[in-house]
Ligand binder design. Structure first.
Ligand code: G3H
Length: 273
């Protein structure tokens, strides 16, 4: 049964978002199978999508198939692109416009994932332009920020991550900032099995929210969802999302297994009361 995907309510209550980033995995056939399995598993568990929102970020080549399945089967799973160009059209070989993602029914788009920052050398200036491009096409950006191991060891991770946030949000109006999702991803914990503890996730999420409150006011800061990403599994998701300033998770490897990802979505059922 479909319901409109959840979003933060007008009262400021933040609906948790469980997002699966498939990265460069799953061709368009495998992607459909994975999404079908995920939807069936969550259906069997009578998952309430208004209570916990679910989104997937497949490779670009999967998006048309994902759109067809989501619409055809009336699924409540949202989806988005893993990146977008800061331009809308033109001679930019290999790039994908936000306009194309919007036309494919994407709700979200990842901006500044650490693999884009490190492997592709994306700068904060480019990411700031990509955020603006996303909003031009009514896409909700999931802005990824976070520090590498050396910065963490030096103890300057909060300052470093807030510096990225400030630079990326440069020039963005308040009404757009309030729609954002921010994902804190300590790079040293991505795909390594190393997980920042729930306290680390809370420390950074609270710092991000305080930064937003200082610049845009409590109302805006209270609306922005802050996710944690880095080796999240069903076994550690509940403790992380249980933190007061953590509003969900951005999952890589574990999102490629429908059963494991569904268990992360159902994190509330693993909470001890
Ligand atoms: O986008 C997802 C993050 O990079 C985390 O990936 P991971 O769960 O495989 O560590």
């Amino acid at each position: 049964m479909s319901t409109t995907p959840a979003s933060p309510s007008a009262s400021g209550t933040r609906v948790p978002l469980i997002a699966g980033n498939w990265k460069m995995n799953m061709d368009h056939v495998q992607g459909i199978t994975l999404l079908q399995k995920l939807a069936w598993t969550l259906d069997d568990a009578k998952h309430d999508y208004r209570r916990v929102e679910v989104a997937v970020f497949p490779p670009f080549t999967d998006l048309r198939g994902v759109q067809t399945l989501v619409h055809g089967d009336d699924l409540s799973i949202a989806y988005g692109g893993q990146d977008l160009s800061d331009q809308d059209s033109g001679a930019y070989t290999g790039d994908i416009s936000g306009q194309f993602l919007a036309k494919l029914g994407c709700t979200y788009v990842l901006v500044g994932h650490s693999e884009r920052r490190t492997i592709h050398g994306e700068t904060d200036e480019q990411l700031s332009a990509k955020l603006k491009a996303a909003f031009r096409h009514d896409l909700v950006p999931v802005l990824c920020v976070g520090e590498g191991l050396e910065v963490r060891r030096a103890g300057t991770h909060v300052e470093h991550t807030l510096g990225q946030l400030r630079a990326d949000l440069e020039g963005l109006p308040e009404d757009q900032v309030r729609q954002l999702v921010v994902a804190y991803e300590p790079v040293w914990a991505i795909g390594t099995g190393e997980v920042a503890g729930p306290d680390d996730a809370q420390e950074m999420s609270a710092a991000i929210r305080a930064e937003l409150a200082g610049r845009y006011g409590d109302d805006v800061a209270g609306a922005v969802r802050v996710l944690y990403g880095g080796s999240v599994k069903a076994a550690n998701a509940a403790a992380i999302i249980g933190q007061p300033d953590v509003d969900g998770v951005l999952v890589g490897g574990a999102s490629l297994d429908a059963g494991e990802f569904a268990n992360i979505v159902r994190f509330e059922s693993h909470l001890t009361t």
